[in-house]
Design a protein around this ligand. Structure first.
Ligand SMILES: [Zn+2]
Length: 321
């Protein structure tokens, strides 16, 4: 179906695409943007659940729905998995054509979700949900360490951790972000510029360590993540913003019974679940700032410098004809 985009949310992925990803020779010019929300303009034959005029948000992960993983319901393991804005033209455009599987009607909330919030929702919430709920199997009463709380995935992970009755320790290099994180429900905040995270975590957890670590920084935080993990703990990672290569002492891995879990995006059932939860008011995304399209460069600079707390969003069109 064709969707007229009202707002597109930025992701680090966009910056990586611009810098060039392995195996990523894209056709140029390329349209970035994985996240978006807008109004359905037209639908293909056979689309029953969505009508032109519906307000929708997009799930950026495109699957073929035919391979063995898709047939098993694991759409983000699809052998032909593609992302809007990475392998396909993205959402920073007036119009986009996507499969009907990839749109969800924006739920009605009070106060109503803004276009920016709707655009900010899908990628980070889906990613964080699969990381914590499906992969790490986070349980009530457990303690989770979340790195870099300014980022969208980390903020979604904080929301999800609190929703599941977990205790959340979050980190940032910025005290103002840590103050904001406390207001958003973080139980403990640590500044990784001025504090040794693993030492603090050991002190807070009575030397035990945390049950789950949510990683997306990679090289810069990896060793401290492992040092913060309890015996039998789970580290779940979806990113490598500070570098993809880390070291691992296998003796520590098996001796401590650690689980190191990779995760990216999520399947259709997980997406349906987070949209349902959003409709209950539970997973409202945190929007940092909204920029008009003609200031998109500033928006990307803010993201590249890591100044944001939540999602940076670009307003693509006001909707006026
Ligand atoms: Zn597939």
């Amino acid at each position: 179906m064709r969707v007229r985009i009202r707002a597109a949310a930025l992701n680090h992925l966009d910056l990586f695409v611009v810098e060039g990803l392995p195996g990523g020779a894209r056709q140029l010019p390329h349209i970035v943007g994985a996240d978006g929300a807008g109004v359905v303009e037209s639908i293909g034959s056979g689309v029953a659940n969505i009508r032109p005029g519906d307000r929708v948000m997009l799930n950026p992960g495109i699957s073929d729905y035919t391979c063995e993983f898709c047939r098993a319901g694991e759409h983000s393991l699809c052998v032909n998995y593609c992302l809007l804005g990475e392998h396909l033209p993205g959402t920073a455009a007036e119009l986009i054509t996507v499969p009907a599987h990839n749109v969800a009607r924006i739920p009605s909330l009070s106060p109503e979700l803004t276009w920016a919030e709707a655009a900010a929702f899908s990628l980070v919430t889906l990613t964080a949900w699969r990381m914590l709920v499906t992969r790490a199997q986070l349980k009530s009463g457990e303690t989770v360490l979340i790195w870099g709380i300014g980022g969208g995935v980390s903020l979604a992970a904080l929301r999800i951790a609190k929703l599941h009755g977990a205790r959340a320790i979050v980190t940032s290099s910025n005290d103002a972000k840590l103050d904001a994180a406390r207001r958003l429900g973080a139980d403990v905040t640590l500044n990784y510029r001025t504090q040794k995270i693993s030492q603090e975590v050991r002190a807070i957890t009575n030397k035990r360590g945390v049950d789950v670590v949510v990683e997306n920084a990679g090289a810069a935080s990896w060793d401290e993540s492992l040092r913060s993990l309890r015996r039998g703990g789970r580290l779940v990672t979806c990113g490598a913003t500070t570098g993809p290569h880390v070291s691992l002492d296998l003796r520590r891995l098996f001796w401590h019974h650690w689980s190191i879990l990779g995760s990216t995006m999520g399947n259709a059932a997980e997406y349906a679940e987070i949209v349902r939860r959003l409709g209950q008011g539970e997973l409202r995304p945190v929007v940092d700032r909204v920029f008009p399209m003609d200031r998109v460069r500033e928006a990307y600079e803010r993201l590249a410098k890591g100044q944001q707390l939540g999602k940076v969003v670009v307003e693509v069109s006001s909707g006026d004809p």
